[in-house]
Design a protein around this ligand. Structure first.
Ligand code: ADP
Ligand code: MG
Length: 256
């Protein structure tokens, strides 16, 4: 059995509490007989309410690390030096698949570089689907009205209220990413993990997406971990770390 936690306590934005704590994380992919070692012992703390940006060369393992933080994958097992990926007081490496599904639905939002919207659903449905996943098909009925209201409010804030009934294919890249961010925020997560959210967009569009995220982060007290290639975005974060040779290097050059 996985211990139940109290969500009202988890929403804390106290600067001194840790939202996420990653220790000794190693990750090796296996392609048939070929081993592809990516992370070699990553340690990283993210404080509640903090905005941490992750820089690193292409292929350095940024997405891999973000996926591990988002419970989308698990670190390698090493009994002599066990890895941990803690969200608040819960170690994700010890959680069941079902508990990780809950974690993703209840506690975090995840934004992918290539949006991952469902093409057959409208913009509004693409956002409310997050609430449907959280409550389940049967339970969703009770929450539907509130979810639609919140989705409309988020989409309005991101300048998309005239697009509610459109399909993703009818939107620009920037508009699609704003829908994806609204979807990530529908269940009021306390942590947003964003993987190069502006990486696929032109400069001006990227800037407007960033502003929308910053504004939302401020008003919701969100903790933000963002992977980016863009040094100018990185400059605006509270803290910047780099992935180099599979470990975390803080911007002042020290290996944490
Ligand atoms: P980044 O996001 O920094 O560009 P990734 O985390 O996507 O890097 O990938 C790191 C390395 O791991 C790359 O060499 C990539 O090819 C490899 N890799 C990523 N995902 C897989 C996978 N599912 N199977 C095999 N190799 C992978
Ligand atoms: Mg990547």
């Amino acid at each position: 059995m996985v211990a139940q936690t109290n969500n009202s306590v988890n929403k804390s934005t106290d600067e001194n509490t840790l939202k996420m704590s990653v220790r000794s994380v190693q990750k090796t992919y296996r392609l048939g007989r070929v081993r592809v070692p990516v992370l070699h012992g990553v340690d990283l703390d993210v404080k509640s309410g903090e905005w941490v940006t992750i820089l690193g060369a292409s292929g350095s393992g940024k997405s891999t690390l973000l996926h591990l933080m988002g419970g989308l994958d698990r670190p390698d097992k090493d009994s002599s030096n066990p890895a941990s990926v803690k969200f608040e007081d819960r170690d994700l490496t010890k959680q069941s698949k079902r508990a990780l599904d809950r974690y993703r639905a209840d506690d975090i939002g995840f934004v992918f570089q290539f949006y991952h919207l469902l093409p057959e659903l409208s913009v509004l449905q693409n956002v409310t689907v997050g609430s449907m996943i959280k409550h389940g098909r049967l339970g969703y009925g009770k929450h539907r009205a509130a979810a639609v209201e919140r989705a409309e409010s988020l989409l309005d804030r991101f300048g998309l209220s005239h697009r509610l009934k459109h399909r993703p294919a009818e939107l620009s890249g920037g508009e699609r990413q704003r829908v994806a961010i609204a979807r990530a925020l529908i269940n009021e997560p306390s942590l947003l993990l964003a993987d190069e959210p502006t990486g696929n967009l032109d400069l001006k569009t990227g800037e407007s997406i960033l502003e929308a995220m910053i504004e939302h982060r401020r008003s919701a007290g969100l903790t933000l971990v963002m992977v980016t290639h863009d040094e100018r975005i990185a400059e605006r974060a509270d803290r910047v770390i780099r992935l180099v040779d599979g470990v975390v290097v803080e911007e002042n050059g020290t290996i944490s």
